[in-house]
Design a protein around this ligand. Structure first.
Ligand SMILES: Cc1cc2nc3c(=O)[nH]c(=O)nc-3n(C[C@H](O)[C@H](O)[C@H](O)COP(=O)(O)O)c2cc1C
Length: 357
């Protein structure tokens, strides 16, 4: 067995398929169904408190004894910036007025980073999930070392070779190569320094220039896509958008309807929803961010404004400001139970030409 797939065998994975961690969208039922079906199911806890995360892990364990993957957001803590925040809230005021309301008086850091989060880190070392991954950068070295010493497989997202090298140097086990096609937040360490590499080139560069196993992420929607990623040198594919329409996901009816509509053909990257660049179905906030032209409040303070606006709008049946994250492969999303999707993906992969000998 290749040393690059040994970690998957250790986790009991029968297929090179990771259901991407998706904060707010992945659920214990989704993760458990994928792991039971022979892939790796994941929970994104970047928007959860330590207690909520502990509960999600317990709920998942009640559904499966197989490996589960917990994903952390490791951004630098947000800096309050009154000038930026006032300017952005003024830009949004006419949008709030559409729904007969006003912007919030101030913005808050609604989600804590895992970096420096002693309570969250202690919980993880106590619960010992089989896999822990990092997005938006790396946490302190002590956490990486402690997780690995506890026998936990570690993964980290890279959007460039430079980030991949930092992941390798930190002793992380596996690199998730996230291409610009990917749905959701860019994992870029410094959002101001995004190389915007596509999955195809990124996987190839990382497979050539790092020694770690590489998981491909971004725009992979079917067995043909997984086969292509494996051919490029990846050992597995991490897929998010493909799993949103599964009944086990937490996606709202409006999100599902958009993903099945013509709008799925139009995704774009904006920081105007959360404060960090993320790809989703294009909506009014994409245009507003573009028009604003000024630096936005830090992640996740911008998210506080976006969520307030979405709440006011959705109460009146409008989803113009929703965080409907989706990758460029969105029009290829299929609605079926997660276990069935894993089976279909594995069957499609088996029919695709394998990696060159
Ligand atoms: C709805 C949604 C939420 C996401 N949330 C997270 C997250 O919490 N943590 C993370 O590391 N990646 C997250 N991602 C990105 C995925 O890890 C992965 O890079 C992406 O889904 C791959 O592209 P695809 O959506 O085209 O399959 C999210 C993606 C989507 C679509």
């Amino acid at each position: 067995m290749s040393t690059h797939t040994a970690w998957m065998a250790r986790l009991g994975m029968r297929h090179p398929i990771i259901q991407a961690p998706m904060a707010g969208i992945s659920t214990p039922a989704l993760a458990a169904a994928v792991s039971e079906a022979g892939g790796l199911g994941s929970l994104g806890i970047g928007a959860s408190t330590t207690e909520q995360a502990r509960q999600q892990i317990a709920q998942t364990r009640a559904l499966t004894g197989r490996a589960v993957h917990i994903n952390l957001f490791c951004h630098q803590p947000a800096q309050a910036d009154a000038q930026r925040e006032t300017a952005w809230l003024q830009q949004l005021a006419p949008e709030f007025a559409r729904f007969g309301t006003t912007p919030p008086a101030g913005l808050h850091e609604i989600y804590a980073s895992a970096t420096g989060n002693a309570a969250l880190q202690a919980m993880l070392l106590q619960e010992r999930p089989a896999v822990v991954s990092f997005h938006f950068g790396l946490p302190e070295q002590g956490l990486i070392d402690a997780l690995r010493a506890a026998g936990i497989v570690t993964l980290a997202s890279a959007t460039s070779l430079d980030e991949a090298r930092r992941i390798e140097q930190a002793g992380v086990d596996v690199i998730v190569a996230q291409g610009v096609e990917a749905g959701g937040h860019r994992g870029t360490f410094d959002p101001g320094q995004d190389s915007l590499m596509g999955t195809f080139a990124l996987v190839r560069v990382l497979a050539r220039h790092t020694r770690l196993p590489v998981v491909a992420a971004g725009g992979i929607m079917d067995g043909e896509g997984i086969a292509a990623a494996l051919r490029l040198g990846a050992c597995a594919a991490q897929m998010g958008t493909a799993f949103i329409l599964c009944p086990e996901s937490a996606a709202s009816p409006a999100y599902r309807a958009e993903l099945r509509s013509e709008r799925a053909h139009h995704t774009g990257i904006t920081a105007a929803i959360s404060g960090r660049p993320a790809r989703g179905i294009v909506n009014r906030l994409h245009a507003l961010g573009h028009r604003h032209g000024l630096p936005l409040p830090d992640y996740p303070r911008t998210y506080d404004a976006g969520k307030a606006l979405h709440q006011a709008a959705s109460a009146q049946g409008c989803s113009d400001y929703a965080a409907h994250w989706a990758g460029q492969g969105a029009p290829l999303a299929r609605a079926m139970p997660a276990a069935e999707l894993v089976r279909v993906l594995a069957a499609e992969l088996a029919l695709s030409p394998g990696p060159a000998a």
